[in-house]
Structures are given as structure tokens and as C-alpha cells.
Design a protein around this ligand. Structure first.
Ligand code: SAM
Ligand code: DTB
Ligand code: SF4
Length: 321
């Protein structure tokens, strides 16, 4: 794949080889392309802030090799039943007061039972009534469930493809890649915005990182929001001790996501606490324009809000309102 072939844009369908060719560009050329794409579609200095809350923690039946909430791994995460509505509202109010525009609620489920969905519907309504964008991530959805969430006022549903199809079986055995695509289809059909990305640093090859990005970019339409997570290694999970991904390769992944999904928000997601400011700044220069904001992700840490505000300030960036 040469540079001339890469110039044949805009394009909507990406082969894995084309995405790999982007990964292989000299860093400066890749960054230039990512920044040009970013500036054509977004204010390059505005960053969307989403705050996460774990509304149901631990005890999950699945075997995702990265996840501290899987019941089968001994990680020290304390199980917590579904939170009461009042606690969720209080957390959302605090997030709003701190400057977040979106509130994302995550539950450690394989998927919600219909009786689980009712209290979540109330949470979505209440957060929406505060004037915030709403997002939930509850696992696989069955027919009819996405419509109930849409009626409640849900703006985004997060469900990640996590990695490339050929590597997926190394990480998760309790659900198929196609199950994930089916859930994404249900979300899309219900008229909810799709938040879908993946994790890198799982021990995957560059070809698999390219395979993940190609899958995401070829969704039709691509997800409105694309979280790129760097594995947070948690003791007790199978992936604890995996070889860490080179941070520059992580920046490349962000840049390639930006180029292939020009209109999507690309979220610099888990792993920021371990990253340092310089790498985060490179990710923001590479076209990331959303972050998780607040000192906790679901069970692991995230930089303090004050530090993030200081970082954005230093870079002359501002929260998207
Ligand atoms: N149980 C639901 C599901 O799996 O769809 C929702 C919550 S699950 C924790 C949401 C996403 O968080 C996963 O798909 C994965 O991409 C990400 N994630 C989980 N553990 C992680 C870790 N240790 N490091 C980075 N990302 C992680
Ligand atoms: C996503 O892509 N990353 C978030 C959110 N969607 C739900 C979750 C990150 C979890 C990191 C590990 C933890 O805190 O448990
Ligand atoms: Fe369960 Fe989600 Fe964790 Fe997988 S990622 S073990 S489904 S909480």
C-alpha cells in the first residue's frame, strides 16, 4: 500500500490492509493526517467530558480476560447490587457541577433481565431530567430492550467490540463476536447513538489493532462515539502481567481511529492514570476529543478532575458544552 493509494479519500469502507498502512506511516505523517482530518470536522480544542458510574459492580458471569468484575477471577473488587436511584442522581448532579456533559452508567451484567431494566429506565429518566446526556453499558440486549431505553431518553449505548474478530477468542469465550454485533444492531435500530470501541494492550498484534479499527470504521454508519481503552492491568485477571503496549503505538491507534472515523468522537478512555501527561497530550493532538472525567472509571482509578482541568488548560483546550 503506497501513499498514493492512501490519498484516495474520502472513503467509507476500510480494508484491514489499508488500516495497517496507516499504522505504518512515519509518525509525523500519521499525526499530520489525523490532525487535518480532525480540524475538518471538529473544533480541535474542544474536549467532550463523560463521567462514569458503576451502578452494579462485580459478580459478572462472563470471562472477559481483562475484567476485574468477572466473578471467576479473584481481584478484590467488592460486589455491589444495583445502586438506589437517589445515589445515582446525587452522582450525576456532582458530575454536572464538575463540568461533565454526559453521564455514563455501567453494570457488570452479561445482559439485563427485563426486571433489571425497569430501575435503569428510571435512572436514565432522572439523569436526562438534570439536562445531561445519558449513556448506559449493560451488556447484551435482547429484542425490545433498546426501545425501552430509547423511550426513557437514552442518548448513547456503550457496547465494545473490544478487539479484532480473529483475536477475540483469546480474550472472551462466554459470548461471540456476532452477539456483540447483534446488540449494536438493536441499539442502532432503536435510534440510540452507538458508543463502541475496544481495548488495546491485550497482547494483540498490530494487525489485530488494525482489524479492530476496520471493524469499527466499517459499521454503517460508524459509531458516534469510539472509546479506545488501554488495558488497565488488574491483579487476579488473566491479562495481569501481559506485556505493556508501547505508548507511541497507543497514540498511533488513536490517530488511525480519527482518520478512519472522521465524524466520530474518539475517546481517550481507560488507562490515562498510567499514561502521563505527555502521552495524553499526544493522544489529544492525534484527534482524541473525549475523555472519562472524574476520579474513578468503574472499579479502577482515573486522574482527578482538577488535574484534567489543569491539563486541558495547559493545552489551551476547553470542555465541550
Ligand atoms: N458488562 C458490560 C459489557 O461488558 O458490555 C458493560 C461494562 S464493561 C466493564 C465495558 C467495557 O469496559 C468493556 O467492554 C471493556 O472494553 C472495558 N474494560 C473493562 N475492563 C477493562 C480494563 N481492565 N482495562 C480497560 N478497559 C476495560
Ligand atoms: C469503555 O469503553 N470504557 C469504560 C466504559 N466504556 C464503560 C470502562 C473502563 C473500565 C476500566 C476498568 C474498571 O474501572 O473496572
Ligand atoms: Fe462482565 Fe462486562 Fe466485565 Fe465482561 S467486561 S466480565 S461482561 S462486566
Amino acid at each position: 500500500m503506497n501513499e498514493a493509494m492512501l490519498q484516495m479519500k474520502p472513503q467509507t469502507e476500510w480494508s484491514v490492509a489499508q488500516v495497517e498502512a496507516l499504522f505504518a506511516l512515519p509518525f509525523s505523517d500519521l499525526m499530520y493526517r489525523a490532525q487535518t482530518t480532525h480540524r475538518n470536522h471538529f473544533d480541535p480544542n474542544a474536549v467532550q467530558l463523560s463521567t462514569l458510574l458503576s451502578i452494579k459492580t462485580g459478580g459478572c458471569s462472563e470471562d472477559c480476560g481483562y475484567c476485574p468484575q468477572a466473578a471467576r477471577y479473584s481481584t478484590g473488587v467488592e460486589n455491589q447490587d444495583l445502586l438506589p436511584l437517589s445515589e445515582v442522581i446525587a452522582a450525576a448532579q456532582a458530575a454536572k457541577a464538575n463540568g461533565a456533559s454526559r453521564f455514563c452508567m455501567g453494570a457488570a451484567w452479561r445482559g439485563p433481565k427485563d426486571r433489571d431494566l425497569e430501575p435503569v429506565v428510571e435512572m436514565v429518566k432522572a439523569v436526562k431530567a438534570l439536562g445531561m446526556e445519558t449513556c448506559v453499558t449493560l451488556g447484551m440486549l435482547r429484542d425490545g430492550q433498546a426501545e425501552k431505553l430509547k423511550t426513557a431518553g437514552l442518548d448513547y449505548y456503550n457496547h465494545n467490540l473490544d478487539t479484532a474478530p480473529e483475536f477475540y477468542g483469546e480474550i472472551i469465550s462466554t459470548r461471540e463476536y456476532q452477539d456483540r454485533l447483534d446488540t449494536l444492531g438493536r441499539v442502532r435500530n432503536a435510534g440510540i447513538n452507538v458508543c463502541c470501541g475496544g481495548i488495546v494492550g491485550l497482547g494483540e498484534s498490530r494487525a489485530s489493532r488494525a482489524g479492530l479499527i476496520a471493524q469499527l470504521a466499517n459499521l454503517d454508519p460508524p459509531p458516534e462515539s469510539v472509546p479506545i481503552n488501554m488495558l488497565v492491568q488488574v491483579e487476579g485477571t488473566p491479562l495481569y502481567g501481559a506485556e505493556a503496549l508501547d505508548p507511541i503505538e497507543f497514540v498511533r491507534t488513536i490517530a488511525v481511529a480519527r482518520i478512519t472515523m472522521p465524524q466520530s468522537f474518539v475517546r481517550l478512555s481507560a488507562g490515562r492514570q498510567e499514561m502521563g501527561e505527555a502521552i495524553q497530550a499526544l493522544c489529544l493532538l492525534a484527534g482524541a476529543n473525549s475523555i472519562f472525567y472524574g476520579e474513578k472509571l468503574l472499579t479502577t482509578g482515573n486522574p482527578e478532575a482538577e488535574r484534567d482541568r489543569a491539563l486541558l488548560d495547559k493545552l489551551g483546550m476547553h470542555p465541550l458544552v
